[in-house]
Design a binder for this molecule. Structure first.
Ligand code: GLN
Length: 320
């Protein structure tokens, strides 16, 4: 096993879990009722090693919407189906140092800076949507993406919240502005319909999952794209390498630099309170706690990650 003494390891994780639980700072995302009204005290963690050892604690089987945790997978689908060159035509891979909802695009090329920002993820949704015949409904495309999530977590239990989707859509003024900006400045891939592109993006944000299932997704990414539970290759290794590098440098937006220094692992957060973390070749894990810091990242999730790397040599720039 990659973690020889799993029992010892998880008893340490339990300690860090309990310590991080004491941090009740931050607040739930406020922009839609489902997130605003979620119990802020929810706190769960789930681990899955690349050889399939698993451990969960707390609210690891509570369902929540993916929100921005959807972004690396939409991007990976684009890379896998359209190739790196096509993706780079539409989305750059540079850290932006800007908040997730920024309207800014790269001034030289008018592309989104990266696929972790809303701008880049909306464009990635456009790329994926543009690969389907124009008459295809948004929901069919989201179901295709959802099927990918099922492969990544090696189980069927991936849902969709129409309630979340509808509130997202009713409040998505900033995302609409981003989409119009993309369309107006550079145009959209294969001239895909702007509204369909947004529906696919917001639909991906509204996919529902648990921390338990997400730990397997993280483990699949930490394992070069092969799901440790099913043994199936979900994404080619090169696609996963690109996604992890992008996630390492951009996944936590304008906190990505600090997280790289302090934790040193690729991670992707979402405003529902999840953080997906990959320790390449070792394990993946997911933390879930709805209270967010000013950058839209889960307070307890970050707290836990710092405790973990202070004790275990997981920071990718720490010599063995
Ligand atoms: N649905 C949210 C939005 O588009 C996702 C943002 C996030 O999780 N950071 O604004």
């Amino acid at each position: 096993h990659v973690i020889p003494d799993w029992t010892r390891f998880v008893s340490d994780m339990q300690i860090f879990f309990d310590q991080a639980a004491k941090d009740t700072s931050g607040q739930n995302a406020q922009y839609i009722p489902v997130l605003r009204d979620a119990n802020p005290d929810l706190w769960g963690i789930s681990f899955c090693s690349v050889d399939g050892q698993r451990w969960s604690v707390g609210d690891a089987s509570v369902k929540f919407s993916l929100q921005s945790v959807c972004k690396p997978v939409t991007y990976a689908i684009g890379l896998a189906t359209e190739g790196t060159d096509f993706m780079e035509q539409w989305i750059d891979v540079e850290p932006a140092g800007r908040p997730f909802n920024t309207q800014d695009l790269d001034p030289a090329t008018q592309r989104p800076f990266n696929a972790s920002l809303n701008s880049g993820a909306i464009m990635a949704a456009g790329v994926v949507a543009s690969g389907f015949p124009p008459a295809t409904e948004w929901k069919e495309i989201v179901d295709h993406v959802r099927a990918k999530w099922q492969e990544l977590c090696g189980q069927e239990d991936v849902g969709f919240s129409m309630e979340t989707f509808e509130s997202e859509k009713a409040t998505a003024y900033n995302n609409f502005a981003i989409a119009y900006n993309l369309k107006g400045r550079r145009g959209l891939p294969r001239d895909v319909d702007l509204h369909k592109m947004l529906d696919v993006y917001l639909g991906c944000c509204s996919i529902e999952i648990t921390a338990e299932a997400l730990s397997v997704v993280a483990a699949t990414l930490a394992n070069g794209g092969i799901c440790p539970i099913t043994g199936k290759e979900v994404f080619p290794a090169l696609v996963v390498r690109t996604v992890l590098a992008e996630t390492m440098t951009c996944g936590l937006y304008d906190q990505a630099g600090h997280f790289a220094v302090e934790v040193g692992l690729p991670a992707k957060s979402g405003v529902s309170g999840a953080i997906l973390v990959m320790a390449p070749g070792v394990f993946g894990f997911c933390t879930f706690s709805p209270r967010l810091n000013a950058k839209g990242n889960s307070v307890r999730g970050i707290d836990f990650c710092k405790r973990l790397v202070n004790c275990y040599r997981l920071h990718i720039f720490e010599p063995e």
